[in-house]
Design a protein. Structure first.
Length: 306
């Protein structure tokens, strides 16, 4: 695993709470503690648009499948759907009783799924004019910290130490208890495994169907911070941030640390996001975002916003 820092962006929006690629990896969104959401071409440090309308810190965002809309969530308890090109809010979804920590579109971008400190996950039909959630998942006993959505599954991580996977085809909920507050959940790219980051400075790889633990990754430090982890696009390495400011990289099979890349020394590296098709990684620490990858792998796309 050999990544180079290809670019560093000073986002100028306070602390960056989350960084996210769009659907094809040509752009990214940064969520700021200054209540702003920004859209970038990360390979050129080009700011394309700033979205303002939240009343508190922006905590997560997700681009729609055609990149025409962005959904964001905030500590102001709301979810906003934005028109990418005009920068205007199209919908404000209010229903959560506390900060909304994570938000995702489903594959067709017809449903938005949001998780909150109020212990619930809400599903919103964004194609209808209905302003109430079409479903509320209340199984968690504590805050929802992370969600992932596929065409038929919702994966949630909670401070109650459980990973829950909702299979929408048969309306089942499968839960795995990992014994520590969960900070990050994600699927492997082949869809067979679940990566679970938790507050005990451990990342676990679980078999999606059996819940069996397949691997364990340690060495980084999370303490009580919400640190994200992920599996690289080629499914052979595990990545995580650390409060030490490093991007940790483990061999997925043997669990050994193979590389550590320093973002900002001794400053928390809290958010990371993996490119959907290439081995390129975005990391966020304090007010900057870094782009990591192999120089030849980056395709610089044209500007989407007039």
């Amino acid at each position: 695993m050999d990544l180079n820092c290809l670019n560093t962006i000073d986002c100028q929006q306070g602390a960056v709470r989350a960084v996210r690629f769009n659907v094809d990896g040509s752009y990214c969104m940064t969520c700021g503690s200054d209540k702003k959401l920004k859209l970038w071409n990360p390979y050129r440090s080009l700011l394309l648009k700033t979205y303002g309308g939240h009343g508190n810190e922006v905590l997560d965002a997700c681009g729609s499948c055609d990149s025409s809309q962005i959904v964001s969530c905030s500590a102001d308890k709301s979810v906003i759907i934005w028109d990418v090109s005009t920068g205007q809010p199209l919908r404000r979804l209010r229903g959560h009783a506390s900060s909304v920590t994570c938000v995702k579109y489903n594959e067709e971008s017809s449903i938005v799924v949001s998780g909150s400190l109020d212990n619930t996950v809400m599903c919103w039909d964004v194609k209808s004019r209905n302003t109430n959630p079409i479903q509320t998942l209340k199984e968690a006993k504590d805050c929802i910290t992370s969600i992932q959505v596929t065409d038929h599954e919702i994966l949630t991580g909670s401070v109650d130490c459980s990973v829950r996977r909702y299979d929408l085809r048969n309306a089942n909920c499968y839960a795995d208890f990992v014994g520590a507050a969960i900070t990050s959940v994600s699927f492997s790219h082949d869809g067979q495994c679940i990566l679970v980051g938790s507050a005990d400075n451990t990342i676990r790889l679980l078999d999606k169907n059996s819940g069996e633990m397949l691997g364990e990754y340690v060495g980084h430090r999370t303490d009580d911070m919400n640190i994200e982890s992920a599996i690289i696009t080629s499914d052979n390495h595990v990545l995580s941030g650390s409060i030490t400011g490093e991007l940790f990289c483990w061999d997925l099979v043997n669990g050994n640390v193979v590389q550590k890349y320093t973002h900002t020394p001794k400053k928390v590296l809290n958010s990371l996001n993996v490119h959907p098709t290439q081995d390129i990684v975005l990391t966020a620490s304090v007010q900057t975002v870094k782009v990591w990858g192999k120089a030849e792998s980056v395709n610089i796309e044209k500007n989407p916003v007039n």
